[in-house]
Design a protein around this ligand. Structure first.
Ligand code: SF4
Length: 374
């Protein structure tokens, strides 16, 4: 049994072509952070040439009506999950520790089936994919003047498990049939581009559609092991102190090791964190927590070794483990990003001002959080 569902992979390319050909549907696509590190491999583009701008160009040629970035909702996830962590941390004795991240469906399936006693320790924040789906058929539809019933929301993900995540009843809160209608893996994306006879050499750098293609460096590093933790700490520091940390202040959680731990002082208070990737390491960590050998405040867990950059839906290079190299691409993009803090994302700020109010508001809870028992 494959823990992340990679062996049950199904091909949804034809269904996307059907949706694109349906004049009644408004097609909206989101691109996960890790996809941009590997999408070019499947169509013969080198690392330097396979820019995010060319990926946008390919999706526009395929025929999507709106092309947006999951990094927008990765930043939104940080605002919700970081605020949830702080709220609990400020009432430390009333809560159970550590708080675990909840954006990886492979990890969620593992903990629910193998360690159900830890389910109540999970963050209630939805994944960036599902937050995007929820926003696409509510706020984004309203902002762009679109009929939400007509929106067909497609995700391009590095992940096979995401195909099943979008079917789970508890993450579908907009009242439409589904919040995210269909998920394509990075490999399926390559097939779609090839099937449409789009030539790599004809792709020019293009920009995402206005407003919801805006992301920060913090949202981008979601695709690498340690990235969610680092992004959350950058914004938690801001929420506690009212000022930004140095962008690289929490970089000790980066790197290819399967289990990393660190302590960071924020306003004199130590925060104990761990970052784990690979389910074997997750099992070791949970057993160590159970036996009292280790204790943490906040733990990031990703099912795939190296995080989503090495996800089960990414192109496969014979015998090569590409997660570390792809992760470095994301950290490179973060280092040159206009902003490296999720709380500075203008689209996220606008979303709170115009629609959600503030993190953990009633509407945020309705659309962006989920019940833990599934
Ligand atoms: Fe999917 Fe990423 Fe989790 Fe792998 S680590 S199962 S790619 S969400």
């Amino acid at each position: 049994h494959c823990p992340v569902g990679a062996l049950r992979a199904r091909d949804d390319v034809d269904k996307v072509f059907e949706a694109l050909a349906d004049p009644e549907k408004i097609t909206m696509v989101q691109i996960a952070p890790a996809v941009r590190t590997a999408w070019g491999e499947g169509i013969g583009l080198g690392k330097e040439e396979s820019t995010t701008g060319k990926l946008v160009s390919a999706l526009r040629q395929v025929g999507f009506d709106y092309i947006f970035d999951t990094v927008y909702t990765a930043d939104l996830t940080i605002m919700e999950e970081g605020s949830e962590f702080l709220e609990k941390f400020q009432n430390k004795n009333d809560n159970k520790w550590p708080m675990f991240t909840s954006c990886c469906p492979g990890w969620l399936r593992f903990v629910r089936s193998q360690y159900p006693e830890f389910v109540e320790y999970l963050s209630t924040a939805k994944s960036p994919q599902q937050m995007f789906g929820a926003m696409s058929k509510t706020y984004i539809a309203r902002k762009l003047g679109l009929d939400p019933e007509k929106i067909f929301c497609v995700s391009i993900m590095p992940c096979v498990s995401k195909k099943f995540e979008c079917d789970v009843r508890q993450v579908n809160d907009t009242g439409m049939e589904k919040d995210v209608d269909l998920v394509l893996t990075t490999r399926e994306l390559s097939r779609m581009i090839r099937a449409d006879r789009i030539k790599a050499e004809d792709l020019k750098d293009e920009t995402f559609d206005e407003m919801f293609g805006q992301g920060t460096g913090a949202g981008l590093i979601f695709g690498a092991s340690g990235g969610v933790m680092e992004a959350a700490l950058r914004s938690a520091y801001y929420l506690i102190t009212g000022k930004n940390s140095k962008p690289d202040a929490f970089k000790r959680v980066r790197g290819p090791k399967g289990w990393k731990s660190s302590v960071f002082e924020i306003e004199g208070v130590p925060v104990h964190v761990a970052v784990v990737s690979g389910l074997g390491n997750a099992r070791k960590l949970l057993e160590s927590i159970k036996s009292g050998q280790v204790s943490y405040d906040f733990v990031e867990i990703m099912a795939c070794p190296g995080g989503c950059a090495g996800g089960g839906g990414q192109p496969i290079q014979d015998g090569a483990d590409m997660a570390a190299d792809r992760g470095k691409i994301l950290y490179g993009l973060d280092s040159v990003a206009d902003s490296r803090f999720s709380h500075e994302n203008p689209a996220v700020q606008m979303t709170y001002e115009e629609y959600l109010g503030k993190p953990l508001s009633k509407r945020s809870h309705e659309l962006l959080h989920t019940s833990l028992e599934q």
